[in-house]
Design a protein around this ligand. Structure first.
Ligand code: RNT
Ligand code: ZN
Length: 412
């Protein structure tokens, strides 16, 4: 990096090296499910329940071995600290029925993570199952359906604790259920009361070690087949989380398109010690597009940095695109998250908020715009180099080569 770049930032009171060091420790949870279109290893066929992948790009990972190989290539292109986010439908050892899957079914992930010094997060999988009955799981009117998924939730607590204890890195278990209704409900309360009761039973079902893991709940405004009503709305989970001392997870693709998710962070962190994210990119009515370095993402990163969220939040990625090279998709989104955080760390927030408090809104606007043309790209290149990861054009060449040498031969 040129000395001029360091000097430019120091004029604004920003220490470029301190920013890079800070970013190095921010763990980004990399989702395993981008690499095989959320299929998992249970071979149940097409996805159901509000989750859909579109596209037919060559080279999808078909098993754990292929997925690990792809993940290694992706991780090699993503600088800084990382975790792997695992879904329960990715059982690696002696797979069993979903509700019975427990510690023994996920040993492969622990071996993988330990070899690479990575943390792990976990998600029970409440979709892609014959026990998703009429788009309902934990809120189903059928007791046997609820009981099935409650058991899955309890076992998932055990798996998450096992991940945390084995890796020595705090883990997050995140609950998202696809439960909802296609058309206007006759009764909005009963499904929510049942969801509340089922979640209570999961949390009471295993006394997990709170010092090594957290549990989060993730809302969604609507989904395919549940256009009119989701049982787990934002209000439902925000209240549930605060009342039960667990975390609320904000998926940035799960709100109304004009709703500013970044704006929620300052409020949430005033009332919660911690917060969790699925960073995603909504496009019109659909979430889960690969992250672009756009204003929405920058807004989230800015708020995380300003509100001290980097030390308090779990940051996970959540997108799945089957229409482009899946490894590249994973890398592009992850690097964009990190670029946004770096830009946020290179921003003189104290100066900006001082100007705001001085009621000098002209200065705020001028400074916000002035910062946009600073040479942050050079700092990003230096950050990649510092982490032994290739810069912009070069990483893509590696992924292209991998596509030509490995992915294309998979014949799918
Ligand atoms: C779905 C939710 C959920 C999933 C993953 C695979 O809309 O965002 O988080 O994307 O669990
Ligand atoms: Zn999500």
């Amino acid at each position: 990096m040129r000395k001029e770049v360091v000097d430019i930032y120091s004029k604004y009171g920003i220490d470029v090296n301190a920013a890079m060091q800070k970013l190095k420790d921010v763990k980004i949870s990399i989702h395993c499910w981008q690499l095989d279109d959320v299929n998992g290893f249970e071979n149940l066929g097409a996805l159901t329940g509000g989750i859909q992948t579109t596209g037919n790009y060559l080279g999808k990972a078909r098993n754990f071995e292929e997925l690990k190989a792809d993940l290694d290539v992706a991780l090699g292109c993503i600088p800084g600290a990382k975790k792997i986010n695992v879904h329960a439908n990715y059982q690696t050892d002696n797979p069993v029925d979903r509700k019975d899957a427990c510690v023994d079914q996920y040993k492969g992930w622990v071996t993988y993570a330990k070899e690479r010094n990575l943390g792990l997060d976990f998600n029970p999988t409440f979709f892609s199952s014959p026990m998703l009955v009429d788009n309902m799981t934990l809120s189903s009117p059928k007791k046997e359906v609820r009981d099935y998924w409650i058991e899955h939730g309890i076992n998932s607590l055990k798996v998450t604790e096992y991940f945390a204890k084995e890796t020595g890195v705090k883990a997050l278990m995140n609950i998202w259920v696809p439960d909802g209704l296609k058309d206007v409900p006759a009764d909005r309360t009963s499904p929510r009361a049942r969801l509340k009761d089922s979640l209570d039973k999961i949390l009471a079902g295993y006394d997990y070690d709170k010092s090594v893991m957290d549990v989060a709940v993730e809302s969604k405004v609507f989904g395919i087949g549940m256009e009119s009503y989701t049982v787990g709305s934002h209000e439902f989970y925000m209240n549930y989380a605060i009342k039960n001392n667990i975390l609320c997870l904000l998926d940035t693709g799960h709100f109304h398109p004009t709703e500013n998710v970044a704006d929620k962070i300052s409020s949430m962190l005033l009332f919660n010690d911690s917060l969790a994210f699925h960073v995603s990119r909504p496009v019109r009515w659909d979430s889960d597009h690969v992250l672009k370095l756009n204003d929405d993402l920058q807004d989230v990163a800015d708020e995380l940095v300003k509100c001290g969220g980097l030390d308090k939040a779990y940051i996970a990625l959540d997108y799945f695109d089957a229409s482009i090279n899946r490894v590249a998709a994973l890398v592009i989104g992850a690097r964009n998250m990190q670029k946004a955080l770096l830009k946020a760390l290179l921003t003189p927030w104290a100066t900006l908020s001082e100007a705001q408090d001085d009621l000098d809104h002209t200065r705020v606007l001028a400074l916000q715009e002035e910062l946009k043309t600073l040479p942050w790209g050079e700092v990003w290149d230096a950050y990649c180099e510092l982490n032994g990861v290739k810069g912009e054009a070069a990483w893509f060449e590696d992924v292209r080569t991998y596509e030509k040498e490995v992915l294309v031969k998979r014949g799918n």
